[in-house]
Write a protein that binds this ligand. Structure first.
Ligand SMILES: [Zn+2]
Length: 147
């Protein structure tokens, strides 16, 4: 209890528990999928001659499986990072205003880097920017047409 003296220890425990639970879940899923892929791969030769269409279909299936596994691995990596940041006492704080990100928000979005207020402000700014650039492009389109 030295590095995170300033962080509410109850919150620390909660967040740590939440991240570790998620890590366990994903790890279990990845391991389950890996077993399935391996089992399928081992069973494939016994099916005998398969036509080309079937082969490519199962290839696509494998690709999807591997893409999923890769995605899960990336999530695992993010969870590891988040746990590291939690140790440093930087996890769960807003990137913009430095305020605590609500635990409920972190449960829904464990990798959120902004609090709800800052995220909303950012979205409003982005929407406004998009609207402005759209107006700009339609104005220039209009000018192009009239010239
Ligand atoms: Zn904020």
């Amino acid at each position: 209890m030295s590095a995170h003296m300033d962080i509410n220890s109850e919150r620390y425990d909660e967040l740590r528990g939440m991240l570790e639970e998620r890590r366990r879940e994903i790890l279990g899923e990845v391991q389950g999928r890996m077993r399935d892929v391996r089992a399928e791969g081992a069973a494939a030769p016994e099916r005998g001659v398969v036509d080309a269409a079937e082969t490519s279909e199962s290839d696509i299936q494998d690709d999807i499986e591997f893409a999923l596994i890769q995605m899960k691995s990336e999530t695992l990596h993010k969870i590891e990072e988040a746990l590291g940041r939690l140790e440093d006492g930087t996890y769960g704080y807003c990137f913009e205003c430095g305020g605590e990100i609500a635990e409920r928000r972190l449960r829904a979005l464990p990798f959120a880097v902004r609090c709800r207020n800052c995220e909303e402000a950012r979205e409003v700014a982005q929407t406004r920017e998009r609207a402005m650039s759209q107006r700009r492009s339609s104005t220039s389109l209009f000018l192009d047409m009239s010239s």
